[in-house]
Design a protein. Sequence first.
Length: 234
Amino acid sequence: MFRELCGDSSLKNVILVTNMWGGVSEDVGEARERELTTNFFKPVLDKGAKIVRHHNTAQSAHNVIRRVMGNRPITLQIQRELVDEGKDITDTAAAEVINEELNGEIRRLQAELRDIKVEMKEAVKGNDEETKQELEEGARKLQEQVIKMMMDWEGMTSSYIEEKKRTEQVMRQMQEEARRERERIEAAYKQQVDDLNRRLQESANASTSERETLQQRLDKLQHQWDNRSGCIVM
């Protein structure tokens, strides 16, 4: 799951921190660390992750933080899938892992249910009412677990979809507000330019200095507008 969320390319930024070194001897701690690095953590370490020890001291914690701060930010796989590729969350690699694990757990529970039903039939044949009731209770709890797991998955998916819709709506509102503000600024700029041009045309009998002042104001206004990011000179 972790690898599917982050992606292999970002694993070089991962810091695996071991603790509780003060609770065991150094030999025991190193043996456990070797077991982790050669088994559980090996796939991640092979992709560039680092393992460090935390000795329950401020200095040790600072060392871990410095290692993390030295990393260069990398886009996670789940981010690329959702944003760049426009995938639905149910189509991501992480969701596939969750779905696979969920289906595996449901299959296991369903197998237990089948076993219980067989035992219930035997209990009925033997008129063992107490065993039958216990088995019925066990079957009910297993069925509730299956239903809850399925509802949790569906709920997580629907929550993401709703949140995505809300985010998209906010983005549309922001874009609309930005468009209206841009139009307002452009209209105000055009009004000022038109006003200065009109005053220049009407100042035929004005002094040279007055005309130069108006022209300078117009040139300054146009220069300021030209240097506005993303704006178009009209």
